[in-house]
Design a protein around this ligand. Sequence first.
Ligand SMILES: C[S@@+](CC[C@H](N)C(=O)[O-])C[C@H]1O[C@@H](n2cnc3c(N)ncnc32)[C@H](O)[C@@H]1O
Length: 235
Amino acid sequence: MTHSGPAYDPDQYWENRGGPFYREYTESSGYEQYRRAQGQFFSELVARLRPRRMLDFGCGTGKLFPLWVDVPEVHAYDRAQSQIDVAREEAMRVRPDNPYRVLHYVSGERAEVPYDDDHFDLIVAAEVLLHVVPSDIGPLLDELRRICRGHLAVVTAAPFTNPAAHCFDHDYAALCAGRFDLADDHVVHHQRYLVGGKVPSSGKVRLDEKSRQSKDFVSSLSDSKVRLPNAIVTP
Ligand SMILES: C[S@@+](CC[C@H](N)C(=O)[O-])C[C@H]1O[C@@H](n2cnc3c(N)ncnc32)[C@H](O)[C@@H]1O
C-alpha cells in the first residue's frame, strides 16, 4: 500500500494521539452511535459467553471497561503509555474492589502479546486491528489465537481504507481461517463485528473457501456511496 506523508509508526502514532485527547474523541456526540452499538453488542456477548477471564486487547483509555464489571478476571493491554495512564484510572473507577489488570508492555516485535498460552476465555479487540499494518496482522492473529482458549471478538471498520488515517482493510475471514471459526460477522453503522471460536490445532482449514466467502461479503458492502463518516476515523 503506498501513500505520501511520513511513514506510519503505530507506537508513535498512538503515543501522540492517546490519553485525554482520545478519550475526548470517544466521548464526543459524533461518536455516540458507535459507543452505543458496541455497548449493546458486548453486553450481550458477555452475558452469552460468561467468560471467567478476558482480555481487552488494545484497550485504549478503557472506553469499554464498564461493560466487563461482571467478568471475574479482567486483563487489559495496550502498547501506548498515554492510553494506559487513563485506562488505569478508569479501571479503578469502574471496579475498585476487584481491579482490572491493566498492562503496558512494548517489545521490538509488534505482534508479540505477553500472555501465556490458552489464557483467555474471551479476547476483545475493538477498533484495534484496522490500525495494524498489513505485515503484522497475520502474526498478531497467531498470537491472539495462542493466548485464547475461547473466543475472539473484533470491531473493525467495514470495507474502508485510508492510509492517511492509518486504517487498513484486512481480509478477516481469510485471516481467521485456521485460527478462529467465524460465528458472527455483521455490520452496524459501518463498523464490522466479528466473533470467532478458537480453532483447535487439529482443526481443518479450508482457506480457499473462507477467502472466497470473505471477498463476497466485502464486495456486498462495497457500495461506493458507503463511506465512513469522519467521526469514525480515529484521530
Ligand atoms: C482506536 S484505539 C481503540 C481503543 C479501544 N479498544 C477502544 O475501543 O476505545 C486503538 C488502540 O490499539 C492500540 N494498539 C494498536 N496496535 C496494538 C498492538 N499491536 N498491541 C497492543 N495495542 C495496540 C493502540 O495503542 C490504541 O490504544
